[in-house]
Write a protein that binds this ligand. Structure first.
Ligand SMILES: Cc1ncc(C[n+]2csc(CCOP(=O)(O)OP(=O)(O)O)c2C)c(N)n1
Ligand code: SF4
Ligand SMILES: [Mg+2]
Length: 283
């Protein structure tokens, strides 16, 4: 199928110039490149401008509660393992109200892909500081410079146990689609942080600001499969004149499904599988 087959008939109501348009394009490219079928893809989001993405793609979509996309996405994947499951969150949704779920999901390593749209603000509610905004920054929605330090999603993912950790840029649709495809191919929990300009509320970090700074990590000889924790953290913390994108961490560890022994259960309806799991006293 061509990328366009993964677009729904709905027109996005995002602001002109929003990075989310590039992310939708990258997702459709990734799905087409992997040869996926819309009836075997499920997208689950929380609440925010980012969360509306599920409406604009031709696939199953669940627009859930603020910060709660991950629990739903994990349950969905365990019930229907044949689905490609994508969880979508904004930086407020994922690093603020949903941060506990982010850490919990890292510990489980369910086989799904988590996309964190990082625009450093709460776009939907008029530009308040998100947990990813750096200390002292003052985008135009703030009355005074940010009083809190930033959370680094890549470092938090590492600390929580994510087995694939990457960062892409919303307007590099080709590069981002390749990262998303790699995240989907990865067996286990994959994070793709997406640098997503919000031209309406984040006047500090614009499309041009990022375009001047980002560079591919792989060009430096960095190997995500062999990098030490120290090398990983150094790359993940780099933020300023030069900002790396690419795959930062990739390790193959048993998934939650493997730990549960899901593959050994009889195929069939999710409820029957759940009963079999309980009968086997695995949960
Ligand atoms: C329980 C709850 N608290 C607060 C809100 C209000 N709210 C809606 S979206 C949002 C933040 C969205 O920011 P982010 O997750 O960064 O998404 P963006 O809009 O930037 O894509 C908040 C606080 C809500 N919907 N539900
Ligand atoms: S407020 Fe920002 S994130 Fe939301 S649609 Fe507008 S530009 Fe995009
Ligand atoms: Mg945001």
């Amino acid at each position: 199928m061509k990328p366009a087959a993964f677009r729904s008939e709905l027109s996005p109501d995002w602001c002109p110039g929003c990075g989310n348009y590039g992310i939708v394009a990258a997702l459709t490219r990734a799905f087409a490149a992997l040869g996926l079928s819309p009836d075997r893809v499920a997208l689950v989001s929380g609440i925010g401008c980012s969360a509306k993405t599920v409406h604009y793609l031709n696939a199953y979509g669940l627009h859930t509660l603020h910060g709660r996309g991950l629990p739903v996405a994990q349950g969905l994947k365990l019930a229907r393992p044949e689905f490609t499951v994508i969880a979508i969150a904004g930086d407020g949704d994922g690093m603020g109200i949903g941060a506990g779920h982010f850490v919990g999901a890292g510990r489980r390593n369910v086989d799904l892909t988590y996309l964190l749209f990082n625009n450093e603000v709460y776009g939907m509610t008029k530009g308040q500081a998100a947990p990813t905004l750096e200390l002292g920054a003052k985008p135009k929605g703030l009355a005074r410079p940010n009083l809190q330090a930033r959370v680094n999603p890549l470092a938090l993912a590492y600390a929580s146990g994510f087995t694939f950790i990457a960062r892409g840029f919303a307007f590099d649709t080709k590069g981002l689609s390749e990262l998303i495809a790699e995240g989907i191919r990865h067996r286990g929990l994959a994070l793709v942080e997406i640098l997503q300009p919000c031209p309406t509320y984040n006047d500090l970090h614009t499309r041009e600001w990022f375009a001047e700074r980002i560079y591919p990590l792989e060009k430096t000889g960095y190997d995500p499969e062999a990098a030490s924790p120290g090398a990983f953290l150094e790359a993940a913390e780099a933020w300023g004149e030069r900002i790396p994108v690419g795959i930062f961490w990739r390790r193959q560890l048993p998934t939650f499904e493997e730990r549960l022994g899901l593959a050994e259960l009889p195929k069939g309806a999710p409820a029957a599988r759940a009963r079999a799991l309980v009968a086997a006293a695995r949960i």
